[in-house]
Structures are given as structure tokens and as C-alpha cells.
Ligand binder design. Structure first.
Ligand SMILES: NC(=O)c1ccc[n+]([C@@H]2O[C@H](COP(=O)([O-])OP(=O)(O)OC[C@H]3O[C@@H](n4cnc5c(N)ncnc54)[C@H](OP(=O)(O)O)[C@@H]3O)[C@@H](O)[C@H]2O)c1
Length: 437
């Protein structure tokens, strides 16, 4: 006889509604495949009057998720509200403490409170799963946690935020200014009501923090140990120079082990236009994992949106239906490395090539002043580009682009501090890391 799995869903927005739509359409198919019956025993959101893509009268409604868990005693509580702490945290904790399995798509909460909630879930012998929290529909968490658990992963590099990738792709493909591409993304509904987390790289950093723990078998690192830089400084002209140099600019999230030290950052990077990550266009996400055993493997797919994210929530239901309890990060929490003991490389000590664009007054001696500051900070120049005056630049200012040889980031920072004090420089310089193949 088929067992009944009772689920209670809190949050009926983009993702929650899609989970219900999926179950209404495919419950028989799913039940047959997992040999269990799925029943939604409760639904919860903040506004009962809101119009939904399904008929709420078919379900038992609750205004409060904790009340829903108390009254329905589900086997699985699915949290799709999305607050960083508050009600999402309270309801997840309540479920775990009452031995209810938890599924969540809430990367901000997991990145910040995973270290508290994962061991609690382990102690209470329940699953706390979160496949939907990173890269929407791409099942990257399961792959790292299960298929690659025996591999020595050395690097993970990904485009983890669809909205910013849409903006950068739009700027690249249609030669648009940042502001125009941003407005397009907003009009298409690709940006959150408050887009700051996307634009400033915070959303990507939350996801990177989760992936980095999974890959390198450590507890979640302190969030501020991830160097984070957004895309709002990128200008149409930088995209143009990137093209000229056969690069593409992508907001990359990277975690890497070099000489036993962990490097983690989210920033716009110029990468070779022929790389797979360079070809991840629009709202798609892409992830490349490098391990000693496999070399590089690559995944691409829908990183957001209701149906894609619901697919990951459903995959967690499938996992729980198998009745085996799995630690949230793939290994017993006590066996993970303590994040305090990790050697995390100071971002100022990141060692790379850089693109530096300055807007300078076209006057004698300016170039000599700039190069002398670069030289004083041990920066050697690989390429200098001084195109004829661009039509977009008015007055006497022209763009001057330097591609540096590899150097420490502190050298770049210190030299820029000096250069901006020069008289003939207009605006903040734009500095972009270059990853050469
Ligand atoms: N959207 C995506 O593409 C995507 C992708 C990956 C991960 N995620 C994650 O999935 C989660 C849900 O995202 P979403 O896009 O579906 O969000 P959303 O559309 O804003 O939906 C949020 C839901 O939470 C409900 N809610 C808010 N406060 C509540 C409260 N105090 N009690 C009960 N319900 C409450 C809202 O109720 P009302 O409907 O009544 O207002 C709404 O149904 C977030 O953690 C997000 O980061 C989303």
C-alpha cells in the first residue's frame, strides 16, 4: 500500500504557486514514480484575498505557518516565504524541533542560519533540504552532495543570478547603457521589488556561501568573508572594450582552494568569450565545477522562475520520500571543517590581471603621471588602449584603458587612490578582474 506524505506549504507567491500548480497537474505521475501518495494538508500566505493561479478553496488555509504546522502535523513543511529571519526562521525552527522534514528555497536564511539549523535537523533525525535555494532548477546541490561527495573539488565558478546576467547580456548583445538594460530587466519582471541584493551581488554571495560549504566540506563561512562587488559600475564602453579584447563581462561567483587557502568572491569579471560560462546568456545560470578526478564539468539551465524552482522543490520531496535521512551539507555537521579554522585569503591579496579604465583629459603629461603611479605600485602594463575620441565622450575627456600583468589587488587599490587625486582624471576609474584561460 502506498504511504501518504502530508505536506504543508507556507508562501504562495512565484515559487509556492508553481509547486501547487505542479502537484495539481502531476500528482498521479509523481505518486506512481515515488510509490507514495502526496497530500497538501495546509497552505499559508499573508493575504487570503489575493488572487492565485489555483483555487485556494480546495485546501485548508492558514494565516500563520507555525499554526499550520501545529494543526496539520505534516511530514514535510515547505517554506517559500523568503524572509532572512523572522517568520521563515521561526517556522523552520519550529518544524525541525517537532521532527517535521523541511524544504526551503531561502538562500539568505540558509547562508545566515544554516550553521544553527543544520545540526538541529541532524539531532532531530529529519531532512532539511534546500535544492531550490541555488541556481533554481539546476540540481547542483544534489550533484555536489551525492555524486561528487568522493571527489576533491578545487573550484566552483558560476553565474548564479539570472537578473544581473540578463542585464549584462542585454548590454553586450544590444550595446545598451547599464540604465537602459536595468530598466528592461525591471519591465520584464526579472528584478525583485528591491533589486539591491541582485545588483550588488549579495544574492549571488548567499548562494556561493552554500555551494562553497558543500564543495569544500566546511561549515558555512561568515558571510562577510566573501568579497562582493556588483555590476552597477559597468558602462557600455567597458563592454565595448571587453569585446575588442575578445572577452565577455560576467558577474561570477567563485570559490577556490589555492595552496590550502580558500578564496571566495562575487564580482564582474572579464572572461574569454569562448568559455562555456561566457555563453550563458540572458536569465540562465551556469556553473562549472573543477575536481581532481573529473576535471571540469558544466551545468546550465533556468536559475529562477516558478516552474524551474518548483522542479527543485519537488526533487527534495522525492528525496524525502525515500525515507533516508541525509545531513544537509552531505556530511555529518560535526565532521565538517570549522569555518573559524579556515584560511580565507584577504581579497586585497587576490592575484590577477586587471582592466583599468580612466577618463582623462587629453593633455600632455597625463599618461606619464598615471604610468608613474602604476609603476610605483609594482604594476606592469601588458596593453594600453587609447582609441580615437569616442563619440560618447564630451568635453576634453577620453577613455584610457590599461590591461595589467598579474598583480595583487592591494597594488591596484593603492595606485587608484593616487591616480584619482590627479587633476586630469574625471570620474571613478572602472577596475575589472581579467581571467585568462
Ligand atoms: N522567484 C524565484 O525565481 C526564486 C528562485 C529561487 C529561489 N527563490 C526563493 O524562494 C522563496 C520564495 O520566493 P518567491 O519568489 O516565491 O516569493 P514571493 O513571490 O514574494 O512570495 C512570497 C510568499 O510569502 C508569503 N508571505 C509573506 N509574508 C508572510 C507571512 N508573514 N506569513 C505567511 N506568508 C507570508 C506571501 O504572501 P502573499 O502572497 O499573500 O503576499 C507570498 O505568497 C524565497 O526564499 C526566494 O529567495 C525564488
Amino acid at each position: 500500500m502506498k504511504k501518504m506524505i502530508k505536506i504543508a506549504i507556507a508562501g504562495l507567491g512565484t515559487v509556492g504557486s508553481s509547486v501547487i500548480n505542479y502537484l495539481e497537474k502531476n500528482n498521479n505521475y509523481l505518486s506512481k514514480n515515488i510509490n507514495n501518495q502526496i497530500k497538501i494538508v495546509g497552505i499559508c500566505a499573508s493575504n487570503i484575498k489575493k488572487s492565485r493561479s489555483f483555487d485556494i478553496n480546495k485546501y485548508v488555509w492558514f494565516d500563520d505557518p507555525v499554526d499550520m504546522i501545529k494543526k496539520t502535523s505534516p511530514n514535510i513543511f515547505i517554506e517559500l516565504i523568503g524572509t532572512e529571519k523572522g517568520i521563515s526562521y521561526d517556522s523552520i525552527k519550529y518544524a525541525i524541533e517537532h521532527n517535521v522534514h523541511v524544504i526551503s528555497a531561502n538562500k539568505a536564511l540558509i547562508a545566515n542560519y544554516g550553521n544553527e539549523l543544520f545540526p538541529l535537523a541532524e539531532k532531530n533525525n529529519i531532512n532539511f533540504l534546500f535544492e531550490a535555494s541555488v541556481a533554481g532548477g539546476i540540481p547542483v546541490i544534489k550533484i555536489i552532495k551525492e555524486s561528487l561527495l568522493g571527489n576533491n573539488i578545487t573550484k566552483i565558478s558560476g553565474i548564479l543570478n539570472g537578473s544581473t546576467n540578463y542585464i549584462l547580456s542585454n548590454m553586450t548583445n544590444n550595446e545598451l547603457e547599464y540604465k537602459v538594460a536595468f530598466d528592461n530587466a525591471q519591465n520584464e519582471g526579472y528584478l525583485e521589488a528591491n533589486p539591491d541584493f541582485d545588483i550588488n551581488g549579495i544574492d549571488s554571495a548567499h548562494k556561493l556561501s552554500i555551494l562553497s560549504s558543500l564543495c569544500f566540506k566546511n561549515k558555512l563561512t561568515k558571510f562577510d568573508s566573501i568579497y562582493c562587488e556588483g555590476i552597477s559600475k559597468i558602462n557600455k564602453i567597458d563592454i565595448k572594450y571587453a569585446k575588442q579584447l575578445n572577452f565577455v563581462i560576467k558577474l561570477l561567483s567563485v570559490a577556490e582552494i589555492i595552496e590550502n587557502k580558500l578564496i571566495q568572491y562575487v564580482k564582474p569579471i572579464m572572461i574569454d568569450k569562448n568559455l562555456q560560462l561566457a555563453k550563458v546568456d540572458g536569465v540562465l545560470n551556469g556553473i562549472e565545477i573543477t575536481s581532481n578526478e573529473l576535471g571540469k564539468i558544466f551545468f546550465q539551465g533556468n536559475g529562477a522562475g516558478g516552474p524551474a524552482t518548483a522542479s527543485s522543490v519537488i526533487s527534495d520531496i522525492v528525496q524525502i520520500s525515500k525515507n533516508n535521512i541525509q545531513p544537509s551539507l552531505g556530511m555529518s555537521f560535526d565532521n565538517l571543517k570549522k569555518s573559524d579554522n579556515l584560511s580565507i585569503v584577504d581579497p586585497l591579496k587576490h592575484y590577477n590581471s586587471y582592466y583599468i579604465r580612466l577618463n582623462v583629459k587629453d593633455q600632455k603629461g597625463v599618461l606619464a603621471d598615471i604610468t608613474s603611479h602604476l609603476k610605483n605600485h609594482n604594476i606592469s602594463i601588458e596593453t594600453l588602449i587609447q582609441n580615437p575620441k569616442d563619440e560618447e565622450f564630451q568635453d576634453d575627456f577620453i577613455p584610457l584603458v590599461f590591461i595589467t600583468h598579474k598583480t595583487y589587488f592591494y597594488n591596484i587599490k593603492n595606485s587608484i587612490n593616487k591616480i584619482i587625486s590627479l587633476e586630469n582624471i574625471n570620474n571613478e576609474p572602472v577596475v575589472i578582474q581579467i581571467d585568462k584561460v
